[in-house]
Ligand binder design. Sequence first.
Ligand SMILES: Cc1cc2nc3c(=O)[nH]c(=O)nc-3n(C[C@H](O)[C@H](O)[C@H](O)COP(=O)(O)O)c2cc1C
Length: 396
Amino acid sequence: MRAKLERDFDRFKRELPRDFPAHVRETYAIDLTARYLGEVVPHPIGKGSGQLSLNPGQLEDDAAAGLAFVVLKTVIAEDEAGARAMAAWAIHETKMKLERRAGTGREGWTVTWKGRGWDRPFSDYLPLVRAGRDLTRAGRLLVVPSVKYHLPRVAEPFRESEYRHTTARLADAWGEPPLLLEKDFSPTLAGDALADDREQILRWLREVPARIRAASPLPVRVAVKLMNARFDDAFQVEMMNASAEANALVCFNRLFDVERGVAYGGWDLSDRNLRVLGTQLTPGTPHLRAGSVRPLTPGASPGLTGTGNICSGRMILEYARRGCESVQVHTFFQLPLSEYPATHGSRPQRALHVLVFHPRDGLIAGMLELEARGQLERQQGELRFLELRGHAHRAG
Ligand SMILES: Cc1cc2nc3c(=O)[nH]c(=O)nc-3n(C[C@H](O)[C@H](O)[C@H](O)COP(=O)(O)O)c2cc1C
């Protein structure tokens, strides 16, 4: 197996096989099948919402590279008159800076960027949704739009007209049900005065999925992308529990650096996310409030998707072993070309190559190692990615 993996890693530096999950299944008897927002996808690696899903060209490249799914850049909701309660998130900023960021003794990567959501007219977002719909229908790439809807203060009502208008137009662009949507709770929101109040945040999480469902003319599945709030780990778990009405939870968006006024990632982000996801799996952890841990019963609670500092197959396994059915990558698709061992191909292609096939730190190597340690068993001769989740549950 090891020799085969080294050979594959080397020869795929030039080009990945078109259907690499099939190759992995045939060669290693490993089934990479994963899930995002209730959809079965051929492997767990998708692209998180952001500056890398702004136009149809990027989607086309991602489909060609073989990504499992892509979440479009977050658009800011508006009503029929074009009014947007969250207009402060629609600011224009193009410049991104890739920086090294130290965390827990290791150097990681972070993208420093002062922007926020989609900064063009809402009507310009709809052709992108249609391009995503076409790729999804063709079975080439699952594409999901992302929205920032109005989030009121405790005493205020939700602006339903914004929910209705925005969702109806997205549903119209999408066409066939179900409509899949991600609702973003961003790091800049975490850094905003709106997010100073815990009760206010919990109300949003309890009510937003139902608001979106009520506003949609089509059956809709809602993923809630949770922020890293500026409170403790126990509150992160409380947020997860408050979101029980969502179909999926994306855990968790970037940290907010109050001093610099920017979001950041790297090892601090994965440390926190994994710690919180791990806590979820450990009932009775003393610092959590009684009753705040919801068991991860498959099917009964929202599916989890990990995000944050995914820079190796091993890191994907860390998220999977804490209950995640898939992952969303952003920063790792933005590294200098010299950082990827592959010599040819687009960044998503080069990233997939190393994340899956690296002989020591890739997904295949990691799953084989878990098998060797007795932590993952073959089912009908196959190691299954989605089994890791069941394992995490039993371990908890
Ligand atoms: C420049 C940049 C812009 C982003 N914009 C969005 C956004 O509009 N909506 C959203 O939900 N997440 C956004 N994200 C978060 C990413 O989707 C991802 O969840 C996060 O960066 C953690 O993954 P990473 O460590 O691989 O970057 C953005 C991230 C970056 C770096």
